[in-house]
Ligand binder design. Sequence first.
Ligand code: ADP
Length: 543
Amino acid sequence: MNGMMMESQLTLTAVMRRALCNSPDSEVISVTLDNPLHRYSYKQAFARAAQLAQVLCMLGANRGDRIGTLAWNDHRHFELYYATSCSGLVCHTINPRLFPEQIHYIIEHAEDRWLFIDPLFVPLIESLEDKLSTVEGVIVLTDRAHMPDSKLANYYCYEDLLVNQPSSFQWPDLREESAAALCYTSGTTGNPKGVLYSHRAMALHTYGVLMPDAFAIRRDEAILPVVPMFHVNAWSIPYAAPAVGAKLVLPGPSMGCGETLSKLIRQESVTIAAGVPTVWLALLKYLRNSKETLPSLNRVVVGGSACPWSIMEEFEQQHGVYTHHAWGMSEMSPLGTYNARIAPSIAPKEAKKLRLKQGRAGFGVEMRIVGPQENPLPHNGTAFGALQVRGPWICERYFKSEESALTTDGWFDTGDVATIDSLGYLTITDRTKDVIKSGGEWISSIELENFAMTLEGVAEAAVIGVTHEKWAERPLLLVVLETGVKLKPDKILSTFQGQFAKWWIPDDCIIIDELPHTATGKISKKDLRQKFSEHLWPQEITV
Ligand code: ADP
């Protein structure tokens, strides 16, 4: 027997309607290239999204067409999110930090019809123009006064196109399964793959993000996503903030600038901010030098890579800011787990252990770990295996792929290696491809890195497996020191003694000026493995 409830589609249009109804005056603040502090309300934002939807119709965009964006976090990108998705088009956000060949591949594969780009990216698109077979024109996200000169065909100014367009639009009734957004994974192996998000997945994921044991954003808060809107929809924050009517603060191209972040947090009374560890390193460094404080900031969400304890400690001790560790991936929209506030009654040593874990899956994500034969492993905090997930906001297949991306019994393999404890806490021990296989046993590169990052004077650390005749692979530690610090590799290695089993301890340590990062801000272990593939081990290794 079926239930007898109303059929109501879960769409992003409902998010827009709700913001217009309940929070029309809540603000969206942006840093853009043409305005250091743009400020308007959700009411104005969605009126402009309606104007933009008219423009997209005029340009001949049809249901399901992909509209590419190459843009930072600002109000125009926000307008694009809603104008495209809510009119039945697909908002295809492109990561400008990728190599030009990858950007070319992605635009061709997605068959983008129009590109909306920040002025900064005009030269990039000019360099690719001859090779773009589906793109009909380029719209630059700025006003007439800031339009860069270009010979690009069908080249328009965003603000010119919006002028005189009606500020209301007949938003279509969309089915919840229709595609809303498209984002390609950075493709650390092989070509990038497109994750095609549906309205339903985005709406449910928005609920997931807003849950009390997740971001728990309230209407009277201000949120600063320092995660780019060009990667996994900025963790859904541009949907979650208007859904509850919170103020949205968008840092534009200044995401890596500690000074701008501090200024925005203080001026706009930001209460919650979200980003990868590297942006917090930049902010904390700025705060250390400037002696500024962040009185309004209550919590930061850190994900994308393991969050070092040093970040959590400095935020809490110096600024009274609680750090929540979260884990996810493009294929999961991205939220998988969230480490909610640990009860004050838990002893500090135990609390630290828990907080370094990636957290627990909220309602909407199920997780399991499996062994080499896909045999489910116990959730006892020690067994570790391939992490698999399932749920309504997890990818079933990649864009244009005929094949399902799932295991035969319907789980998505994340490519991560993890443990899960009896209370459901997840600990990522590695990426499947980064785990170090020494003499048939696995060594977690993340655990070694986390430890190295706690050492005084260490700014960043990476551990990679390098070929070894006898052991197949052995761990090599690469360290970037803080400016002015002098530390000998042997001294660093000696600190690992007694902290790990002997056979886990790296056999060599190299101090380097900087570590390579991927387009999404993670340490590129692929590049490091290539660079150090010929590394000569210092002596015979007995473990
Ligand atoms: P891409 O799809 O571009 O590779 P994602 O942003 O989807 O990048 O990255 C997902 C991966 O990032 C996860 O599978 C995991 O390996 C890593 N990751 C994300 N959050 C964390 C975290 N909190 N701790 C450790 N690793 C993380």
